[in-house]
Write a protein that binds this ligand. Sequence first.
Ligand SMILES: [Zn+2]
Length: 235
Amino acid sequence: MELNLNVWKRGNQRAVHKPLLLLYALSQYQKGHDRFFSYKEIDEPLKDLLIEFGPYRKSHHPEYPFWRLQNDGIWELKNHEHAQPRSSNTDAKKSELLKYDVAGGLTQIEFDAIVSNQDKMARAIGELLEQFFPETIHDDIVDALDIQEYLNKPHKRDPNFRQKVLTAYGYKCAICGFDCRLGHASIGLEAAHIKWHQSKGPSTVDNGIAMCALHHKAFDRGVFTITYDLKLSVS
Ligand SMILES: [Zn+2]
């Protein structure tokens, strides 16, 4: 059985809360964790992941994916029967999750299918990374979680995308103007997708922007975004 990862794709939104929860759980399973995690133990590390790899927010809510992932049929909770919902919603408040020591984990079926098989688990981790996170931050996530992953490299892409975008931008970083060449080869310049490749942004020149490696990474980490009229918006 495969994790059904497509359920959380909504337009261009970076819906990374559930993928980060799953990546965290899988990373712990790789280290021998049993099926259930108490909310108390997951709150802090998941919050750190949301801050580091999620979209910019004033406050972070690791309790949302912890509760809502059960709707996707691959995650189940226990001790949650008495947890009171937030007034505005059907999911429980963080204080209730802590009060009743609510625990969550992959369903027995998913756990048996994935966790018993190291190779399958590494593939599931690779798939989560590929579907929900830009390539430039895969290594950062792998380092942060200390996980073994299997990534399907190289990606299928328009092989001319980089060349076309760099040409359109005159071989300069659109942010800082960096241009470094060695002979005819351009060094440290990359073609970034304005709308993420992972959220089905096309590999076409009008969806591309030339950036130096540093700005490309900052962009993919959500430090700034590009609006449709090509203005910078810094978070
Ligand atoms: Zn730059």
